[in-house]
Design a protein around this ligand. Sequence first.
Ligand code: CP3
Length: 356
Amino acid sequence: MSIANPPPLQPMLARLMGETTEKTPFWLMRQAGRYLPEYQAVRQKAGGFLELCLNPDLASQVTLQPIERFDMDGAILFSDILILAYGLGQNLRFDEGIGPILTPIRDLSGIHALNHSGFESKIAPVLETIKNLKRALTPSKTLIGFAGAPWTVTSYMIEGKTSRDFRHSKQFAFTQPDQFQILLDMVTDHTIIYLTRQIEAGVDCVQIFDSWAGMLDEESFTHFVIKPTQKIISALKTRFPACPIICFPRHAGLLLENFCQACPADAINLDPSVPLDVALKLKETHIVQGNLDPIRLLSGGPDLEKTILRWLDKMGNNRYIFNLGHGILPETPPEHVTRLAKVIKDHGIGNDALSK
Ligand code: CP3
């Protein structure tokens, strides 16, 4: 088969592959969500958040909403990291104003109560969403698949809800290390299957969210964050060497260096606490993504613009993708995102364009 017109390379994918591009590509974590009235409308139609994640037509629609409004370079699949727990047969629901609620796993019997025989059929709607999106998206847009990192997903499975200090997860790990390892391995192996299926269905790159990486000491960080992440990267790179992998070890602090040395991800999303100088240094080994404080986006005004421009100017025209340092907050005025998009798009074409 001859390829007369090869598809134009996506700006975000080009940066992930280390190429220099004129404009800085951008997308925002949680770019589809409650801050958009059009999201609220579709969510209501779906009946609930989990129902929305499992409805390929509606999930595709909400994935595309921010791209239609703000023209981001990346579209992140609309789903949730806890779909993995649901796929493993754990009871999952999302309560309004509270968040995820799962039947907590606290011992071996809780692990045995899981039933992963239905895993493939439970994740099927998500793969259907990816296929829909692949058809609907402009070829210059990058479709981002994702999963939670094993530590973050396992900790939700143990806690049963969002936690302040993750004491049940840590206590489980410290008092029943063999059982904890069984659960962590089960999550890791299914994350590999889940991301493999997403890449087969058509995503252009994947991001691994380790939102609670920063809760661990060095020893635990090595075993619960680094080791499972290495296993996932190695399995995906063996099968899909060209598919970029972005890791987000949030609030890893001084352990970020250990993470970056040990995990051969293509790109790292930085949280807001990572200094600009550290980001510049990291560019030597990884593509950098991040790290605007979501509260600066919520706040808007001249401060927002100044902060965006400082990073754009310093990070230059390669090895950097603009993003937030954590998910967009539901109270964020959509006009602030409009402004952010304009500042990024106009960057480098003269400051006059920015004055209006
Ligand atoms: O980024 C995107 O636009 C894609 C979709 C996406 C969601 N969750 C949608 C969502 C992604 C990538 C996630 C990841 C996710 N989910 C993480 C990792 C990133 C992070 O934020 O730390 C975590 C820890 C979760 C688990 C989760 N899902 C929690 C704790 C909550 C409740 C908190 C909240 O914001 O309400 C959710 C719900 C959730 N996931 C919503 C959305 C849009 C809100 C659900 C709603 O519409 O009510």
